[in-house]
Design a protein. Structure first.
Length: 156
């Protein structure tokens, strides 16, 4: 099955690319002002529990780029996805489109999360205490919403 991008998915992909570019531009513009020691890891409360050198700030954008490219490639191979079963071909396609949209949205959420963490690392401060609960709510909320939606689409 070959899935074409719908308008929403194209817009989301453009947003994702823009976030990735903003991430890189932010780091390039901030590089000279980044201190030699930066927060390299945060605990669940958002407190810095490990400090690292300036070059460690490049890890998240590299991981973000690899994830972005990898996940984008996977969206072109829907036959390897594990999706709910559908009653007929029309609902099967709807389920796959729904799941593709979910993956693209999750990709954007991951990019935003990495950008947010790097922003706080560049400014050498801890993350807000509500960062982790909000992040978990957003990620799992997206997964739960699209899983329920795709299940319903598969039953139609």
């Amino acid at each position: 099955m070959k899935l074409k991008y719908n308008k929403l998915q194209i817009i989301l992909e453009i947003i994702g690319i823009m976030i990735l570019m903003a991430f890189v531009i932010f780091l390039i513009n901030s590089w000279s002002g980044i201190p030699e020691k930066i927060p390299a890891h945060y605990n669940a409360l958002g407190q810095v529990d490990r400090w690292g050198n300036k070059s460690e700030i490049l890890i998240l954008p590299i991981v973000a780029l690899v994830l972005y490219v990898g996940i984008t490639v996977l969206t072109f191979i829907p036959k390897i996805w594990n999706v709910p079963t559908a009653k007929n071909e029309a609902s099967k396609e709807a389920v796959y489109i729904c799941m593709k949209t979910m993956v693209i949205i999750l990709k954007i959420e991951i990019l935003c999360t990495f950008f947010y963490i790097d922003y706080y690392s560049v400014s050498s401060q801890g993350l807000p205490i509500m960062f982790l609960p909000i992040e978990l709510f957003v990620i799992f909320g997206t997964i739960i919403y699209f899983t329920i939606r795709s299940y319903k689409l598969g039953k139609e």
